[in-house]
Design a protein around this ligand. Structure first.
Ligand SMILES: [Zn+2]
Length: 437
């Protein structure tokens, strides 16, 4: 399949590290890849023409920490700190899911993210119903690494299982889904307080045997860090590093409360850090030291985390907050829009291995067409500043994932919005009947 995106303004880095800038060009997409960046009007025989006049063409956005299974629970756990948020709301709510409600929750989150320009995700599901999350992702065409939440330490909500069962069911999901189309399996132990060392060790072995990413939460909250010290006698990231749970195939969500030694470990091991500023503000977790980590060479990507701790799954909001949150602490130039845009595009794509992240010949054709002429974004600044500080999902006009035109003129191709809304309402009512929240 051959398409030509005509009349757009292509936004890319100037060279590898220069500022983002734009130039007028047509993009030729063939067989899921960018085949050519062409002078406007260049004829391309046998290609379907898509008019993107007046629009900016940007790389697809990557959210490297999400919880689709929680999308249905938006607004049901406001104003709580992490451990209370988990124990009193999120774990009981996740426990009350059935396959259908998990599916509709995923569909809600995926709809929000695709309409908002997100083309790839790394998602942690719950202990059960992970098949339903994969099913929704498989229908909509997004690049998705998904893993069931592994938990083998008992908790108040009963949301845990035996070590062997957790590993065996994760491996079965991997065998079913890893490598199907744009889907990948990710091994996802929830966080150290939920997992025995035996579970973590077996997880590392299984993930590395099959080339899957390993994804967990780390050092999000001071009480969590203290709990890890009580359980292991070590600082969280030191512990993870000691057992082998760091490296380029590991994505740690949050990484806020770090010692100097832990920062160095993350930089030296090239462990990816999924920065979730909206969630960090909402749960009062703290401010991740991203400028310092970037200076040390750390790999930082962006995620919105779950809908009940944000309460949006909007990559533009995350980019804006990622930049703004550092400025009162370190000054207005602490982190620049270009650096934040990198986190959400090229670095995210590198960590998730999508082959996208930049608009150059040979890249996977993950492309978002942005209308810059909205009232809230119209102005004369550089593209990166506009995308990070002003743009919202309302600017997203078209989305292509691996060349598939999944959002056309602001409409999601695969699903009916009306059906999603009505089924989500019914599914949530059924969940609420099972849990007193
Ligand atoms: Zn999370």
């Amino acid at each position: 399949m051959s398409q030509i995106l005509r009349g757009g303004h292509v936004v890319t880095r100037t060279g590898k590290t220069g500022p983002y800038s734009g130039f007028d060009a047509d993009i030729h997409v063939k067989d899921g890849h960018i085949k050519g960046i062409l002078k406007p009007g260049t004829p391309v025989p046998n290609a379907t023409t898509i008019d993107v006049s007046g629009l900016w063409l940007t790389p697809g956005y990557v959210q490297a920490h999400t919880h689709l299974v929680q999308a249905l629970f938006r607004g049901m756990a406001d104003d709580l700190a992490l451990l209370d948020w988990l124990r009193t709301r999120i774990w009981p709510l996740e426990s009350a899911h059935d396959d259908e409600s998990a599916y509709w929750s995923a569909r809600l989150g995926l709809t929000e993210m695709l309409l908002g320009g997100t083309t790839a995700i790394l998602d942690m599901a719950s202990v059960k119903h992970t098949d339903a999350i994969f099913r929704a992702a498989s229908e909509c065409g997004i690049h998705a690494h998904i893993g069931k939440a592994m938990m083998d330490r008992e908790n108040e909500a009963g949301l845990s299982e035996a070590t062997e069962a957790s590993v065996a069911s994760s491996c079965a999901l991997r065998d079913d889904w890893h490598g199907r189309g744009r889907l990948r399996y990710a091994f996802a132990p929830r966080f150290v307080p939920s997992c025995t060392e035996e579970l973590l060790s077996q997880t590392i072995t299984e993930a590395r045997k099959s080339g899957c990413l390993i994804h967990t939460h780390a050092s999000e909250n001071r009480d969590e860090v203290e709990l890890v010290r009580e359980l292991t006698g070590k600082d969280n990231v030191v512990y993870l590093n000691d057992i082998g749970l760091t490296g380029p195939d590991v994505v740690l969500a949050h990484c806020i409360h770090l010692t100097d030694v832990e920062r160095q470990i993350l930089c030296d091991t090239k462990t990816a850090i999924a920065h979730c500023p909206g969630s960090n503000f909402m749960l009062g977790s703290g401010i991740a030291p991203t400028p310092e980590l970037l200076t040390g060479g750390a790999k930082i990507v962006i995620g919105s985390d779950g809908a009940p701790c944000n309460n949006r799954m909007d990559v533009f909001a995350e980019m804006r907050l990622a930049a703004l949150m550092q400025k009162p602490r370190l000054g207005a130039d602490a982190i620049h829009a270009d650096q934040v845009l990198d986190m959400a595009t090229v670095t995210g794509a590198e960590v998730l291995g999508t082959g996208g992240g930049d608009l150059v010949v040979g890249s996977t054709a993950d492309v978002v067409a942005i209308d810059p002429n909205k009232i809230h974004s119209l102005g004369g600044g550089q593209p990166a500043g506009c995308l990070v500080y002003a743009a919202t999902p309302a600017n997203v006009r078209h989305v292509w994932v691996e060349g598939e035109h999944v959002v056309q003129d602001g409409r999601l191709h695969c699903w009916s919005l009306e059906e999603t809304v009505s089924e989500c309402r019914s599914a949530l009512a059924r969940v609420r009947q099972r849990v007193n929240l």
